[in-house]
Design a protein around this ligand. Structure first.
Ligand SMILES: [Fe+2]
Length: 455
């Protein structure tokens, strides 16, 4: 256990004590730890066992969720984590699924690729072992899964059929290298090979978003509670009305109260229309409603429903590639992968590396967690910057990388052929809602707490 982690856990204990309005002295008395000892623990000058003992004692004494206080050791080195192709191969698990005769035969070979406990995704290399000779979504050799909780972005390599089912209707598309998809949680799907003599595989990057991060609370609220939170988002007018009603209930406003508030404020807004599930609300009306409800208009805006975003299929088109950073200084050609407006912080790219120099000045840096897989036939130089230092590694075909947010990175060719990289970025817990709240804080340095709330 590193000294850094002990110090971080100490600051976390201090932060929780502040939240509970306990000074270290008061906390020491209430949890039965000697005050000088507790001060040392908060500074990280202790055995880790003592830190855990304090957290445990706090959990017994106060109505807090102690699992929130356990921070993990950073498993990256200098902001990145590389997984070699051989390590991936060693994690191989073959799973059987039923064929047309009902016999369970090999269907997928799953292998782990780079993942970190700091990152929100679980990217798998999956080889399709079932071979089909048509694109029939009802082919009885195709075994659909039940769908899953995590969002999925898939990158295709070779002749792979992609199958999915939405509202009981099944679909199939023939995919090839560079194509991609996005799958909304719990829609069933499947993948097969069209050619036993070619490599047919996918990189399936599953990841959790805000719902995953709220999982603990949702489990405790139960299914009824979860349903109470669900908006009819596939009907925008109805969902917007539900949201207005939710803000009204939170304010303890009945419809009559809202009419009265509007009258007092001299607001020119039709409350009956705002509460009519079938009516479309204009931005101007939502602004009026927001002012009455003491919220920002952005708190009433929902993404419009696009049925094409249940499952997005995107084929690579050569002409859609663009030069980065610009045509006169083209270091990379980038092809955007499947996008969904409802998932604004999910950005996949297929990257072709054009130069030998892994130049950080013209490299990539993002607020999101990044994942990279070398799917080409050639090794690439991977350079990155963590703090004031820069580092370099060689990423061979089949190697993969996890990169923490704000770690600047770049790639360069090592052989004659251009490097080919599949990359995907998604947000962690710090998404736009978190960012909006955090940015208003009077002191963001003290989020990692350094002092008592009074002297
Ligand atoms: Fe999946």
């Amino acid at each position: 256990m590193s000294q850094q982690l002990k110090q971080l856990l100490g600051t976390r204990i201090l932060s929780e004590a502040n939240d509970l309005k306990r000074t270290i002295s008061a906390l020491a008395v209430e949890i039965g730890v000697e005050e000088d000892r507790l001060n040392s623990i908060v500074r990280g000058n202790c055995d880790i066992v003592e830190t855990f003992d304090v957290i445990n004692r706090m959990g017994k004494k106060y109505p807090i969720d102690v699992s929130d206080l356990y921070l993990d050791e950073d498993d990256c080195s200098n902001g990145v984590r590389v997984m070699r192709a051989a390590e991936s191969a060693a994690s191989s698990r073959i799973f059987n699924r039923k064929d047309r005769q009902g016999a369970r035969t090999p269907y997928y070979d799953y292998r782990d690729t780079a993942m970190s406990r700091m990152g929100p995704f679980k990217p798998e290399w999956i080889k399709e072992l079932r071979v089909v000779n048509d694109a029939d979504p009802e082919n009885p050799d195709v075994a659909y899964n039940n769908g899953h909780f995590l969002h999925q972005i898939t990158f295709f390599i070779g002749p792979v059929n992609f199958y999915w089912e939405v509202n009981g209707k099944k679909y199939c598309k023939e995919m090839n290298t560079g194509d991609s998809n996005y799958i909304t949680p719990f829609w069933p799907h499947s993948f097969t090979s069209r050619d036993p003599n070619q490599t047919a595989l996918i990189l399936a990057v599953t990841y959790g978003g805000d719902v995953r991060r709220s999982q603990k609370e949702l489990y405790q609220l139960g299914r009824k509670g979860i349903h109470n939170y669900k908006l009819d988002i596939r009907d925008l007018n109805r969902a917007t009305t539900q949201l207005i009603q939710q803000h009204m209930a939170n304010e303890n406003y009945s419809a009559a109260n809202l009419v009265e508030v509007a009258r007092q404020k001299g607001a020119d807004v039709d409350i009956a229309k705002l509460l009519d599930e079938s009516s479309e609300k204009t931005i101007a009306e939502l602004q009026e409603a927001a002012a009455l409800l003491n919220v920002d208009v952005s708190d009433l805006l929902l993404p419009g429903y696009n049925p094409q975003e249940e499952v997005v299929v995107r084929f690579k088109k050569k002409e859609e590639g663009y030069a980065f950073p610009d045509a006169a200084n083209a270091r990379y050609t980038l092809w955007p992968l499947a996008r969904a407006v409802k998932m604004p912080l999910m950005k996949g790219s297929d990257i072709e590396v054009l130069t030998d120099e892994a130049d950080l000045t013209n490299g990539f840096v993002s607020s999101l967690h990044s994942y990279v897989y070398n799917y080409g036939d050639t090794a690439v130089t991977f350079r990155w910057q963590d703090g004031d230092n820069s580092f370099e590694d060689v990423v061979q075909p089949g190697d993969s990388i996890y990169i923490q947010p704000f770690v600047r990175h770049a790639f360069g060719n090592r052989g004659r052929a251009n490097g080919q990289l599949f990359t995907i970025r998604v947000s962690g817990s710090v998404n736009l809602a978190t960012q909006r709240e955090l940015s208003f804080f009077a002191d963001v340095d003290r989020i990692i707490e350094s002092k008592c709330w009074f002297d």
